[in-house]
Structure formats: structure tokens, C-alpha cells
Design a protein around this ligand. Sequence first.
Ligand SMILES: Cc1cc2nc3c(=O)[nH]c(=O)nc-3n(C[C@H](O)[C@H](O)[C@H](O)COP(=O)(O)O)c2cc1C
Length: 379
Amino acid sequence: MHTDLCDRLGIEFPIFAFSHCRDVVAAVSRAGGIGVLGAVGVTPEQLAVDLDWIDGEVGDKPYGVDIVIPQNDAGAEQQDPEQLRADLLKEVPQEHFDYARKILREHGVPELPEGEFHNGMITRSTSTTARLHAAEALRHPNVRLIANALGAPPQDLTEEIHATGRLVIGLCGSASQARRHVEAGVDVIVAQGGEGGGHTGYIGSMVLWPQVVEAVAPTPVLAAGGVGHGAQIASALAMGAQGVWSGTLWLGTEESEMTNVQREALIAADSRDAIISRSLTGKRNRLLKSAWTEAWEKPEAPDPLPLPLQDLVAGESVTRLQTYPDAAPEVHITPAGQVAGQIKQVRKAADVVIELAEQYLDASDRLVALNERLSGGAS
Ligand SMILES: Cc1cc2nc3c(=O)[nH]c(=O)nc-3n(C[C@H](O)[C@H](O)[C@H](O)COP(=O)(O)O)c2cc1C
């Protein structure tokens, strides 16, 4: 399964593992794939600590960093994240904060101590914070790619990344988005089908992947959304992708930092439990069904706010549920895709990489055997 992109990045397998957990990123890069660290949930200072740690773990292996800049970027002209947060908070109706707090109060989840840092204090999904993330990433030589979750980064940032010899990667959910990203200078497109975890579009992977490959050729495409088995890698490469990019699969690894409640929900999940909800970021996101997602569907629930405002609403709840997970196991906020239904046990990330490679070979062997039967029958 060695593709041109493997040579460009110096990796053995074209398996890109997206994770917010530095341990997963390091483990996958060490195992011959490439880990990509999601920066959106941490401060730039914490990112610096995490990247230093990964550098110490991976030796000369490459890894990547993922930032989140939407195409409609709120407050792009505001350089100071604290001031931007203060400005954005003015746009959030008190009703939304009250509703989020009511959900947790009704389930008996304790409040955070007064003044405790929580996720809602980070101005996520804005270029103001993401530029600081990118600047930190560029200080680390083993970071060989910078991905933007929501497409092409702003032009000047793309040029800055290119000037350092790194690749710019952009996620998309349709062929037209992919074309726009390439025109804006993106080097590698991640085509994410609607079954995927995190922000997600409407088109299923089976339909999306070949459309995007054709739309942007010869730009390399990574197939994402629903990859949890080596046979799916074989099908992605057969459709012309140069590799796969997966997220949900790595949640079920020993290295992934989830609460026990989230991990149990993941292992117990059926693919149908990975529902679409706007309750976390304001954009369509797949989350495992829980009392949190159900509460936001109730008739009395306020309509989730657009990105990045809903992040500010949900952030405090995310931290409260991570701090007190056992208070109410029925409430959790767990982004995950439909592939959750394929994860039935927790394994080491390196073992997952090896198993994917073995399953890929089995799938390829099946196709070769079919070809041999065909040529045998013809002779
Ligand atoms: C828990 C979780 C969080 C995610 N957060 C981000 C993110 O911050 N940035 C990003 O580019 N993609 C994010 N994604 C999407 C992944 O990059 C990837 O495209 C997706 O997981 C692929 O589909 P899969 O989950 O079926 O493997 C997230 C996915 C998951 C499961």
C-alpha cells in the first residue's frame, strides 16, 4: 500500500491518524503511519508542551498538526484571543448558557470550582487562535504537514507553511469544495464522507471518494469517513486515493484519553448511535447519542448557535463532564463516526496499524485471486 505520498512524507503506510491525544499521534507515527494532532481544544501554550513531548517520542518520524479555521472566520481582524472571546460572548444569548447548565444540573453533574479553566475559555475555530497554533507547529521540524479542518487556510498562512517546505492539507465534504481548496493552494485533499466523526457533510464515502479523486487529479486525495478496516483501505486505494485519514478508530485505543464513560459508550455503540448533532460546535457533527444530544433535540431547547458561538456554550459542559464523568454516565459529549459500531475492544494504536496493514493484504489477495480466476477461465 506504499503510495507516492508515503515517499513524500517518509512514512511506511499511508495511514493518517487524526487524534486530539498526543499519545495516539506518537504511537501511530512510530508504527509507520502518521499521526496528526488536533490542536483546536488546547491553548497555544499547551500545544507547545504537547509538540515538545511528541518530538521526544517519535525520533526522526514525521507527524502533523490540525488547526480549525472556518471559511467564514469570525473576528479575523482581531489578534487578541481574549478580546475576541469577550466580543463573541456578547453575541451569545444567556438562554443558551442557562440551557446547557440546566442539562447538567438535572443529571446531578457537579459545577466546576469557581474560576476553574474550561474548554469554553478557548476561542476555538477562529483564525486568531489557529494562527498561534500554526506558528507553534512551524517551530517543530518533525511536523511535516498542517491540516485545516474546514478547508483551505487563509492565503498568507498557506504561503507561510509552503515556504517551510511543509504540506498543507484541507478537509472537504464535496467535489466542489475540493476544487476550491486546490485553487487556494492546498496540496492534499481529505475527502470525508458523511459517516465520519467530527464535522461532517452529507455525501457518503463510497460516492464522495472517487468524485473528489477525479475532480482534483493529480492532487493527492486521502479517503476519510468510515475507515476502520484494511479492506476499506484497499477500496479507497482502488478508487484512486493515496491513503486514508481516520479519526474514530483511534478513539478506541489504549493511548486515547477518554473518560471511562466515553470509552464504554464507544465500545457499546451501534453505528446508528453516531448521530448528527449541532449541540457541540454549531456545525453538523457526529456525536454518540447521550442525554446531552437528546436534550438539544427537545422542543424547548434553543436552536444551537453557529460556529464558533456554540463552542463557547458547550465548552464548560465538556470540561465538567470530563472532570466528573461518573456523576451521570448517561450524559457525555463524545464525537465519533459510524465506524464506532466496528470497535469492539480497546487495543494499542500500533496493533491497530499492523492489523489494518494485514487486513489490507487479505483484501488485495482476494482481488488478485479473483483476477487469476478470470485469466484462468479465459485461457
Ligand atoms: C473525536 C473527533 C474529533 C475530531 N476533531 C477534528 C478536528 O478538530 N479537526 C479535524 O480536522 N477533524 C476532526 N475530526 C474529523 C477527523 O479529522 C476525520 O476526518 C474523521 O474522523 C474521519 O472519519 P472517521 O471518524 O469515520 O474516521 C474529528 C473526529 C473525531 C472522531
